[in-house]
Design a protein around this ligand. Structure first.
Ligand SMILES: Nc1ncnc2c1ncn2[C@@H]1O[C@H](COP(=O)(O)OP(=O)(O)OP(=O)(O)O)[C@@H](O)[C@H]1O
Ligand SMILES: [Mg+2]
Length: 128
């Protein structure tokens, strides 16, 4: 269902007044995995080994430096329009740090319904 091959996410390290790229943090460097429908995959590793970065790359929140991601056998970057929107609805992440993932200026209702609203599953003012 969801797979990646030789996936790489590198962050540039910038130095000096010209902000030149002096190197890269290879946060994810050549990861291949495959998750079938109904399957649960646990990813375990020391802090900073790249678990969150891999997750962010898989759902399209992080640009990749190399490798491929496929959803139902199709390269994820080839999806367009409705297909892309449907894929986004099926790929979701629960972020571990509430202080950086929840916007303190939004109400709890706005936070919970923002995603539902984006997919027209909820209209503001409607309660179910
Ligand atoms: N936006 C960024 N810019 C530069 N480096 C980053 C960025 N995000 C993560 N990194 C670096 O990439 C590496 C992987 O970080 P990541 O957050 O994916 O690790 P993790 O396995 O999720 O750790 P933890 O168990 O603490 O959540 C770390 O060295 C981190 O410092
Ligand atoms: Mg993490």
């Amino acid at each position: 269902m969801l797979s990646c091959k030789d996936l790489k996410v590198w962050y540039p390290i910038r130095r000096g007044i010209l902000n030149r790229v002096a190197g890269h943090v290879r946060a994810v460097d050549g990861v291949s995995l495959s998750i079938e429908k109904g399957e649960t995959l646990g990813l375990v590793g020391e802090s900073g080994c790249g678990k969150t970065t891999l997750g962010r790359a898989l759902i399209g929140l992080e640009p990749v430096a190399g490798g491929t991601i496929e959803l139902d056998g199709k390269p994820i970057d080839s999806l367009k329009g409705k297909e892309k929107k449907d894929a986004r609805r099926n790929l979701q992440m629960v972020f571990q740090d509430p202080f950086s993932s929840l916007d303190p200026r939004m109400s709890a209702l706005e936070i919970v319904t923002e995603g539902l609203d984006a997919f027209r599953l909820y209209r503001p003012g409607e309660t179910r």
